[in-house]
Design a binder for this molecule. Structure first.
Ligand code: IPM
Ligand code: MN
Length: 353
């Protein structure tokens, strides 16, 4: 899909710092698109914990259908408020279970990439975690069993589910330039096949699919060793593919190595819909302080543009973000917040477009 004209983006502002972040990303998108002759139109779609409190549902009626058919893509802020909970103790209004299964966005694509001047350790980091997004342990969202003495959630893997996510990872690796350390195109299967049958099944299917991609190296790590190596030797990694819960954990770990959660974007991508959101949560304690880092949301918008085929605009924003960090306009504190504040980051990126 190549867009030279009009891109219709639904925006879910979300909770906590969500509205501030989405507004920053919108400003950047609008500024960049205007210069490239693209018109980006935004449509607001309510969603999240506040929406749940106000309406009893986490999304407006018919939203899933609109995400599939009306909009080109969805830009989503983080959602969730600690006080908004179901009687079983889980959070209400977090949209993962609703959007990911509802839209069948089976690939949760989570790039982890160094920014100039941020936690540079010598070898650059540039890998993508491809997290299976519709099954695994989180398929049990809302359906585990619990009584006063015990609780259980089940992890499910299906052949169709594993095959499609592994194939997604290999296709992604084909379009990349390989791992930073050695330039080898590589997909690392991250599993605990030495302990659990479900993960042995995942690995067996990975190996089958890998045979169809002789041009891409097939690599393996157990989940614990992957956590170690992502910190100790991140330059080895190019694309990683893994189960839902494992991918959730490792993507936060990866974020910590490149400047924190405030810098990391993600895409939830399916065959008929896609939405793009920061990897992190809604940080209610930061809301309204003007301190949150909008980089994760801006980079999520870059992924959105790539997805709809507005590649040149995506690259320009990406380069402007890198430039804003490289020349010191954006500097991060130890807690990951930018010294120049949310608006300072927005301005710095727009000025460098
Ligand atoms: C994520 C988040 C979500 C998840 C939460 C907020 C439901 O942690 O997108 O990584 O568990 O997937
Ligand atoms: Mn997470």
């Amino acid at each position: 899909m190549i867009h030279t004209g009009r891109v219709l983006v639904a925006c879910i502002e979300g909770d906590g710092i969500g509205p501030e972040l989405v507004s920053s990303a919108r400003e950047v998108l609008t500024a960049a698109a205007a210069a490239d002759g693209i018109t980006i139109e935004f449509a607001a779609e309510p969603g999240g914990a506040r929406t749940f409190t106000e309406t009893g549902a986490p999304l407006a009626e018919g939203a899933l259908e609109r995400f599939r058919t009306t909009y080109d893509a969805v830009l989503k802020g983080p959602v969730g408020l600690p006080e908004v909970r179901h009687p079983d103790g889980t959070e209400a209004g977090v949209l993962g279970g609703v959007l990911r299964t509802g839209l069948d966005t089976y690939a949760n694509v989570r790039p982890v990439r160094s920014l100039p001047g941020v936690r540079e350790t010598g070898s650059p980091v540039d890998y993508v975690i491809v997290r299976e997004n519709t099954e695994g342990l989180y398929l049990s969202r809302g359906s585990g069993v619990r009584n006063a003495h015990a609780a259980s959630d089940q992890l499910l893997m299906t052949r169709v589910g594993v095959e499609r996510i592994v194939r997604y990872a290999f296709e992604l690796a084909r379009g990349r330039t390989g791992a930073p350390k050695d330039g080898v195109r590589r997909v690392t299967c991250v599993d605990k096949s030495n302990v659990l049958r479900s993960f042995a099944f995942f690995r067996a299917i990975f190996d089958e699919v890998a045979a169809e991609y002789p041009d891409v190296e097939a690599d393996h790590r157990y989940t614990d060793a992957a956590a170690h190596d992502l910190v100790a030797d991140p330059g080895h990694f190019d694309v990683l593919v893994t189960e839902n819960f494992v991918g959730d954990m490792l993507s936060d770990l990866g974020a910590a190595t490149v400047g924190g959660l405030g810098t990391c974007p993600s895409g939830n991508i399916g065959d008929t819909a896609a939405y793009f959101e920061p990897v992190h949560g809604s940080a209610p304690s930061l809301a309204g302080t003007g301190r949150a880092n909008p980089t994760s949301q801006i980079r999520s918008a870059v992924m959105l543009l790539e997805h709809v085929g507005a590649t040149a605009t995506a690259r320009r924003i990406d380069a402007a973000v890198a430039a804003a960090y490289a020349d010191g306009a954006v500097r991060l504190r130890a807690d990951g917040t930018p010294e120049c504040g949310t608006d300072g980051v927005t301005r710095a990126v727009i000025d460098r477009l």
